[in-house]
Design a binder for this molecule. Structure first.
Ligand code: GDP
Ligand code: ZN
Length: 458
């Protein structure tokens, strides 16, 4: 299959000292060679070697940029095509110049995700792995990154394959027994179907259960910080942001100035709501945090209620505690460096001890406890287990649900002693739905949809 040769800048623009232009396709080597001068001829070079030299204007031999060129020949490359990577040291301007020069040689600018799409179409990676590359690009925390990385390594794929294998076995077994419809064989077959379907369903349910956690890792926990003026909301926000560096999202389709505020607490990404309100330097006394944060409160997955432990509880704070008792909320008793005046009994009346954290933001004490409390709510402490596969992709979740439903149908039919070849249809449907997750039976348009979510150069 002859493919045209594509190129794109594959490192984030303007970040880091080195920018890499990735070129992939049948003519990658000869086309780059036209503008590259070094001691060795690129076309004679071995695969997986690095070459020092200059990018030059071919007409004038004017040197544009000092570069390192890496050659990876098919099929031992990411796309399984000939790949040439040009590493430039210069800033954005010179990298763009080099890219323009390459495009003038007949190389086409890659579409977003086109490198990964080629890797998929050439059989280098399966669909879950390709989608995980998207997640890697978007990952907002260490943990989300690790989950995505696992998926790139094929963890989810291998689990899905195992399930499909069990279903194939089941279908084969049933197929054999259809030919011997004696009564006791039928009994055995029914029991066998029940057993296998149950096993596979349990595993699908387990995968679905991780989906909620996967979503959190991908998208962040929507978090509202509420409380009366002067209790320390801004200080908390600053502490979180400074300790962990607010993460700026860079998702294709949005511009750089649409910035969602993320902070990373113990590897868990918090997406902070209404931070503009909290950041205001002059709190209007009448306009207590409760009023201002009403919408944020309604939307939030997690609420951090900040109280000043050196003052008595106020009526509106009591009302707020009552309202939040049933929500996923953590009470922060701030300013513990001061003399305690708050009635902690009342606080513990509404909230379990693991939901109450004592802090001194002034002295920077207690942040680790806060991290533990948040982790406890969302991951029941189980997140540390690094071998868990998190299903975090909407498409995967939908297909897993469909497959589960097909198996429910199969089980129901089985209980009602419906002819076995009818049951086979449901089992087969489940097998196909699982197959779609790893891209065994996906149509062209879906593939396009998936790959256009990528950043350029991936
Ligand atoms: P906000 O109005 O809820 O955002 O509260 P701020 O974060 O602006 O803090 C109000 C005041 O309390 C500031 O002067 C902070 O320096 C002070 N403050 C914040 N945390 C602590 C703490 O843990 N101990 C003490 N003593 N003061 C604090
Ligand atoms: Zn404030």
């Amino acid at each position: 299959m002859l493919k045209d040769t594509i190129a794109a800048i594959s490192t984030p623009l303007g970040e880091g000292g080195i920018s890499v232009i990735r070129v992939s396709g049948d003519d990658a080597v000869p086309l780059v060679e036209r503008v590259f001068r070094s001691k060795t001829k690129l076309s004679a070079a071995q695969t997986h070697t690095v070459h020092y030299g200059y990018i030059v204007e071919p007409a004038t031999s004017e040197r544009l940029e000092e570069v390192l060129v890496t050659i990876m020949k098919a099929p031992r490359s990411f796309t399984m095509e000939d790949v040439v990577e040009v590493s430039c040291h210069g800033g954005i301007v010179s990298v763009k110049k080099v890219l323009d020069l390459l495009l003038q040689q007949g190389i086409r600018l890659a579409e977003p995700g086109e490198f990964t799409k080629r890797a998929f179409l050439n059989g280098r990676i399966d669909l879950t792995q390709a989608e995980a590359v998207i997640d890697l690009i978007r990952a907002k925390s260490d943990r989300a990154f690790k989950v995505a990385l696992k998926q790139v390594e094929g963890k989810l794929s291998s689990q899905i394959k195992l399930l499909r294998h069990q279903l194939v076995e089941l279908m084969a077994h049933v197929e054999v027994n259809i030919d011997y419809p004696e009564h006791d064989v039928e009994e055995m077959t029914n029991a066998f179907i029940r057993n296998k379907c149950d096993t596979v369903m349990a595993e699908i349910e387990r995968l679905l259960h991780t989906a909620q956690q996967g979503k959190i890792l991908r998208e962040g926990i929507e978090t509202a910080i509420v409380g009366r003026p002067n209790v320390g909301k801004s200080s908390l926000l600053n502490e979180l942001a400074q300790e962990n560096r607010a993460i700026v999202t860079d998702i294709p389709g949005t511009t750089r100035d649409v910035i969602e505020e993320f902070v990373n607490v113990g590897g868990i990404p918090l997406k902070l709501l209404d931070t503009a309100g909290i950041r205001e330097t002059t709190d209007i006394v009448e306009q207590i945090g409760v009023e201002r944060s009403k919408t944020a409160l309604a939307e939030a997955d997690l609420i951090l209620l900040v109280l000043n432990s050196s003052e008595e509880l106020q009526l509106d704070e009591l009302a707020l505690m009552q309202q939040l008792a049933k929500r996923q909320a953590i009470v922060i008793l701030n300013k513990i460096d001061l003399e305690r005046r708050i009635d902690v009994e009342t606080v513990y009346h509404y909230f379990a001890p693991e939901r109450v954290v004592e802090l001194s933001l002034l002295e920077g004490k207690g942040i680790a406890d806060l991290e533990k409390a948040i982790s406890g709510i969302f991951f029941e402490g189980k997140l540390e287990a690094s071998d868990i596969t998190y299903v975090s992709n909407v498409r995967h979740i939908a297909l897993l649900k469909q497959a589960k439903q097909s198996l429910v149908d199969a089980l129901e039919a089985n209980e009602q002693y419906i002819p076995i070849d009818m049951i086979q249809i449901d089992i087969r449907a489940a097998w196909e739905q699982l197959g779609e997750i790893i891209g065994d039976s996906v149509g062209e348009s879906l593939i396009d949809q998936i790959f256009t979510q990528f950043c350029l150069g991936k």
